[in-house]
Design a protein around this ligand. Structure first.
Ligand code: SAH
Ligand code: SF4
Length: 335
């Protein structure tokens, strides 16, 4: 790695970037990359940090993703689903705190009419963009939620390697995932995607392809967090992704996707509670995602172990300490 080479790569247009360029970036310490990534982020997104309010409304799931603690075959988990009333209360707190959008996230289960009603209620009671993150469904269901007022959809490709994707998602394919992303974009959703860093079986070349795939999909939002082993999954005991590689990846994502909204993920804040969010913003991120899930439910939303709870207070403090701006009003509530 030479500084000259990194300076040259960060001057390239995203569409000129090759896998070799991304590999060079991924082999460079994040502290070297951060000033380049931050100045790109500021040139394209300013010094403002967007804040999404996360409501994890159910941990019930029909899928068996091998990395995730919510997988169907995990019988060690008490399953819950918040009522419409509880979701609306959580959204009210998020609205009051000043978030830019509310993200409704859950495991994957058929819930078309019920979720449509929740979206309709949120849109009529609160003046907020609604983001869904509820897995793969039929085009009809996506359309129904869009008609109900849903604006954005988060659905990660998880890994750009088709063989690794198939190994991690029994009975499913990368192709089917990419088709879902295309369908959602076609329906007019702003679509967010992303992948995990440090998955068992991943290597640097796959990671470079993950980054370029996000560019090629023209995603509006890109979430890339470290893989964190969960005890009740087949990947229990595997090595976690690292903060170093996550931050290098975020810098590379900003380079390849200068206009995208890129969060410092909760998974990064879980690996490094002290500095995860701040470092994520330095490495090119421009979004934080505090949780508004009621604490009893949040404790059961164990996609990975020791999940950190990013609070509004916490998010605001991190942003302010970096001299950046945010939309948050200081909450009176416990959130
Ligand atoms: N069920 C929906 C949304 C909830 S899961 C879906 O799968 O799309 C949200 C994200 O959690 C997934 O996209 C995945 O990237 C992440 N995730 C799941 N298990 C994880 C783990 N063990 N470590 C890190 N991230 C994980
Ligand atoms: Fe279910 Fe999503 Fe977890 Fe897969 S990642 S098991 S779809 S909650």
């Amino acid at each position: 790695m030479s500084i000259k080479k990194i300076t040259q790569i960060f001057a390239l247009d995203p569409w000129e970037l090759t896998e070799a360029d991304i590999l060079t970036v991924l082999q460079t310490p994040w502290q070297v990359l951060a000033p380049y990534a931050r100045s790109l982020a500021e040139a394209h997104k300013g010094r403002h940090v967007f804040v999404r309010g996360l409501v994890e409304f159910s941990n019930i799931c029909r899928r068996n993703c091998r990395y995730c603690g919510l997988r169907f075959q995990n019988k060690n988990l008490h399953r819950y689903r918040l009522t419409q009333e509880e979701i609306l209360q959580a959204v009210a707190c998020a609205r009051q705190a000043g978030v830019d959008t509310v993200v409704l996230q859950s495991g994957e289960v058929p819930c078309a009419a019920w979720l449509g009603e929740v979206v309709r209620q949120i849109k009529s009671q609160f003046n907020l963009p609604v983001t869904l993150s509820v897995g793969e469904h039929s085009a009809e269901d996506y359309a129904l939620w869009r008609d109900a007022g849903a604006d954005r959809y988060l659905i990660k490709h998880e890994t750009a390697d088709a063989a690794l994707y198939a190994a991690l998602h029994p009975g499913h394919s990368l192709q089917e995932r990419l088709r879902a992303i295309g369908t959602l974009q076609h329906l007019g959703y702003e679509v967010g995607g992303g992948f995990m860093i440090g998955l068992p079986g991943q290597n640097l070349a796959i990671l470079a392809r993950d980054i370029l795939l996000c560019r090629d999909l023209r995603l509006s939002m890109i979430g890339a967090g470290p893989f964190l082993a969960q005890d009740d999954t087949p990947l229990a005991g595997e090595r976690n992704g690292t903060t170093e590689m996550t931050l290098r990846t975020m810098a590379a994502l900003r380079l390849a996707n200068p206009e995208a909204n890129i969060p410092a993920t909760t998974a990064l804040a879980t690996l490094d509670a002290q500095n995860g969010q701040a470092n994520g913003l330095w490495a090119g991120g421009n979004v934080l995602m505090p949780s508004f899930t009621p604490p009893e439910a949040a404790a059961l939303y164990t996609i990975y172990d020791n999940k950190n709870r990013v609070s509004v207070r916490n998010a605001a403090a991190v942003i302010e300490s970096l001299g950046m701006t945010h939309p948050l009003k200081m909450p009176d509530s416990e959130y």
